[in-house]
Each structure stands twice: as C-alpha cells, then as structure tokens.
Write a protein that binds this ligand. Structure first.
Ligand code: HEC
Length: 488
C-alpha cells in the first residue's frame, strides 16, 4: 500500500539524515586530527583536565616557556579524546577513537566496533547500524583511520606502514530524537493520507450518487419510451386489423349478394309454382321447367354461401391469429394465402401481382399471428414504397424453403428499390421517407422486432441487381419457449 511504503521512506530518510550528521562529525574530527598530526602533536598548557599523556613516549613531551609556564605535547589521539569529552557533555553525540591493537588499553574496540574494524581491513569504508546497546537505542556510524605520512613518527614502531588501517572513529547518537522526528513525519503523512482518502471517497460517492440519479432518470425515460413504443405497435396492429376487416367486408359482399339474389329469385319461382298448382290444369312440362330453374338457382345460392362460409372461416383464422398470442401448429402455405386474401381489399385494385412459391409440406409450430403481421407489413411496405402506392406496376415474389431446422422466407419486389443509405436505416424505428404522408415509420421496425425478439430469427434487406429489393427472413420452424420446450 502507498501509505506503508511512504512510512518506510520516512524511516529510511530519517536514518539517512542522521547518518549524514555522523559522517560530518567524523570528517571534522579527522580534519583536526590531521592538522595536529601534521605538527607532530601540539603543545598546550598543563591544566587539571589536560595532564601529560602517559602513553606518549617521546622526547620533549613536557616543556616550559621562558616565563615558566608548563606545556605538554598533545598527540592526535589524546586531543580527540579531550574534544570527545567536551562534545559528549555539549550535544550528547559520542565519538571514540578505537583500534584492534590499542596502545592505550581503554581505546580497545567493543564488539560492534571490532566487527566494523575487521570489515575495514577487508576493504569496507564505513558501517552504519541502529543498535540496542544500553542505556538506549543508538544510531552508530564508524569509518577507518588510515596511516598517513604524518602518523609514522609516532606509530612506525608498532610496524604500521602508510595506508594501513590504524583504527577508527565511531560516532554514536541516541536514536530517540531520530525516532521522534520519524514519528512526527509518519503522523503527518497518515493525516494527509487520511484526508486524501476521505476526500477521494467523498468525491467518489458524489459521482456515484450523480450517476445513480441520472440512471434512475434514464430508467424512467426508457420505460416511457417502451410504453409509447408498445402503444404505437398496438395501434399499428389495430390499423392492420382494420384493413383486414375492410377487405373482408368487401370480399364477402359479392357471394352474399349473389346468394340473396338467387334466393329471392327462388321466391318468385315458388310463387309461380303455387299459382300453377292452384289452377285446375297444370302442364307437367312447365312445372318441370320451374323446378329445374329452382334447382339451378339454389345451387348458385349454395355455391356462393359456401364461398362466403369459406371467407368467414379464413377471416376467423386470421383475425383470431392477429389478436391472440396462442401458439399452434400451422401450414405456411395456408397462412400466406389467408394473409393475401385478407389484403385483397387493398391489392385488388392495384397493378401488383403476387407470386407465391411455397411447398405444401412446410408445417410450423409457433404463433401464426406474428408471421401474419410480418407478411402484412412487408406487403404494405412494398405497396407503399416499392410501387409508390400502386402508381407503379410490378410483381412481388414470396418464396419459402425449409433450411434444416430453420425456415427461409424470401420476400422480393421489382419496385423502385432503395439506395445504400436507406437500406442501412430501414429497420430503425420512426425512419420513414413518407413523413406527413401517413407513414408511421414503424412497419419494418415492427417486422424487425417480430423476427428478432419473437421468432428468434434474423431479417436482412438487400438491393437486387435488376431492380427492387429483397428481404431475407430466417427463423426456427419450432419456436422454443425459454424453458427449452417446444410450444405445444
Ligand atoms: C605525536 C605522536 C603521534 C602522532 C603524530 C600520531 N599518533 Fe596516534 N597515538 C599516539 C599515542 C601516544 C597514542 C596512544 C594512546 C592515546 O594517546 O590515547 C596514539 C593512539 C592512536 C590511536 C588509538 C588506538 C591506540 O593505539 O590506543 C589511533 C587510532 C591512532 N593513534 C591513529 C593515528 C593516526 C591515523 C595518526 C596519523 C594521522 C596518528 N595516530 C598520529 C601518538 C601519535
């Protein structure tokens, strides 16, 4: 985590700063020592604190000035010790001169210093550590003192050459102040991190809340749109039902009219027969003639009533299908004929022919009303657009084939056709080239919805090489319901 690594950084940084302090102190001490060594030691007045050094075995160690002031020679090690005593009482930093082979026994290295000195002999140049040595945790620093030319006069007798490690100076600092500084840094960072976290969380929450509101708003809009769409689809359905009723009314008019005519003709014939029978003399020939007329005319009535009955039957099928969502088994060919029949009211007066190429054997299982509406919409779309409301003559071909488990319905016209732009947008809702002329822009959108949503199939629109366009519809012959069982 970022905070943890940041705290680690603060620790490392505090130790680096403290080490740099110790390093500087070491450099200062080395500097004063080499100044001292360059003079072969320095004479100072003898005081109770600065007594002659018993370890300094050298001629003229103690001298006196002409006016009788006693002076003693202070060698670098002794001076270091004297300064160290002052430094300790002033700042709490301790430094110490040590060696693995001390002339003065008190200069012997402790365990930590011994390890460090040994490492210097094998080339190491400094050692840093935080130690638990009592009375408190300490940061310790140590670097080597190498024998220089100036050291030789006093140290050659021990066998040292220039460049040897004579010993080292170790600097110790109490770790507590460093830890306190680190702690303050850590607390500050925790505070800053905490504040940033709270800020980010608050902003995140705000954003999410805004998103949520927008989402709810959109949800409402989508619901509204869906509702409108359903209403439009419903009214479109009602309109097509209306067209069908009009077509039917028109169609049934003729046979019923003929039947009524025939039956009323028969009434006249019956009247004549009964008049004949009330007369004394009846000619058998004329009676037979009337009976033959009666039979012929009632056959005409019968044929037309049958036709009317067939129409009613077909109307019943299509209208029930169009209003009900019940799935059943049905014949594709019969369904196409019913639809075309229902559309006859519209089609009959127009110079448009429709060829159907559908084998008898294609049986489907599903909701026939859906396919009826699909076909109705495709036909109406072709009439309105491809044939300019019937101002243009032409032909529609409906071809149906079984393709494995699927049905392929090809619906082609040889009308005006469409350009590429129109084809791309053709299935969009409310897309119409006839706005203001009664186009709802929903016909093909509904087709698309029926095929993709309800029939679980696909619909494509293609431009044809010669003229017009072709719809390719493919859907499963047996529509499975979501549980995976065929709809009964
Ligand atoms: C004037 C003589 C003199 C000179 C010059 C001198 N030293 Fe020393 N040094 C001594 C004496 C005497 C001691 C003995 C202990 C004491 O005085 O604390 C000593 C002690 C030391 C010690 C402490 C270990 C011990 O043996 O007790 C070190 C380390 C040391 N000297 C390094 C050096 C180095 C490095 C130089 C050269 C830069 C140097 N000295 C120059 C006289 C000298």
């Amino acid at each position: 985590m970022a905070l943890a690594s940041h705290i680690n950084d603060i620790h490392a940084q505090s130790i680096r700063v403290a080490t740099e302090g110790a390093r500087n102190m070491f450099r200062m001490v080395v500097l004063t020592r080499s100044w001292n060594a360059s003079h072969g030691g320095v004479y100072v007045p003898v005081t109770p604190q600065t007594q002659p050094n018993p370890f300094l075995d050298i001629a003229r160690r103690d001298v006196s000035t002409t006016d009788g002031q006693a002076l003693t020679l202070v060698n670098p090690a002794y001076m270091t010790r004297l300064i160290a005593e002052k430094a300790e009482s002033d700042s709490g930093a301790i430094f110490r001169l040590t060696s693995l082979r001390p002339i003065r026994p008190q200069n012997a290295a402790d365990d930590w210093e011994t390890t460090a000195l040994l490492s210097f002999e094998s080339g190491n140049t400094e050692t840093i550590a935080v130690t638990q040595s009592p009375p408190a945790e300490q940061l310790r620093y140590m670097a080597p003192l190498l024998v220089q030319e100036a050291c030789i006069p006093c140290h050659a007798k021990q066998g040292y050459k220039v460049g040897d490690v004579r010993g080292g100076i170790s600097v110790s600092q109490r770790y507590a102040p460093i830890a306190a500084a680190t702690h303050a840094g850590v607390q500050q960072s925790q505070l800053i991190y905490g504040a940033v976290f709270v800020l980010v969380a608050a902003m995140g929450w705000l954003l999410l809340e805004l998103l949520r509101r927008r989402w709810l708003e959109l949800g409402g809009k989508i619901y509204e749109l869906q509702h409108t769409r359903e209403e439009l689809i419903h009214s479109e359905k009602m309109a097509s039902l209306g067209r069908m009723v009009a077509g039917f009314a028109h169609e049934i008019n003729t046979p019923i009219g003929v039947a009524v005519g025939a039956v009323s003709h028969n009434e006249g014939t019956l009247d004549r027969i009964s008049t004949m029978l009330s007369q004394e003399e009846v000619s058998e020939d004329s009676l037979r003639g009337e009976l033959a007329d009666l039979r012929q005319s009632s056959a005409l009535a019968m044929a037309n009533l049958r036709r009317a009955a067939n129409l009613v039957q077909s109307f019943k099928r299509t209208s029930i299908d169009q209003t009900s969502e019940h799935a059943r088994a049905f014949e594709m060919k019969e369904l196409i004929n019913d639809v075309l029949f229902a559309l006859q009211g519209v089609l009959k007066r127009l110079p448009i022919t429709i060829d159907v190429d559908c084998p008898d054997a294609i049986r489907l299982n599903g909701v026939p009303g859906l396919i009826e509406q699909l076909l109705t919409n495709l036909v109406m779309n072709a009439v309105q657009h491809a044939f300019c409301d019937g101002q243009r003559a032409g032909n529609i071909t409906i071809r149906v084939r079984r393709e494995g488990a699927n049905v392929h319905l090809e619906f082609a016209d040889d009308g005006v056709g469409m350009d590429a732009d129109q084809i791309v947008r053709i299935f969009e809702p409310f897309y119409t080239t006839r706005r203001g002329k009664g186009g709802s822009g929903l016909g093909l959108y509904i087709c698309y919805g029926i095929v993709t949503d309800r029939l679980g199939g696909s619909i494509e629109c293609h431009r044809q090489a010669q003229s017009g366009c072709r719809f390719d519809v493919r859907f499963p012959a047996e529509r499975m319901d979501p549980q995976g069982e065929a709809i009964p």
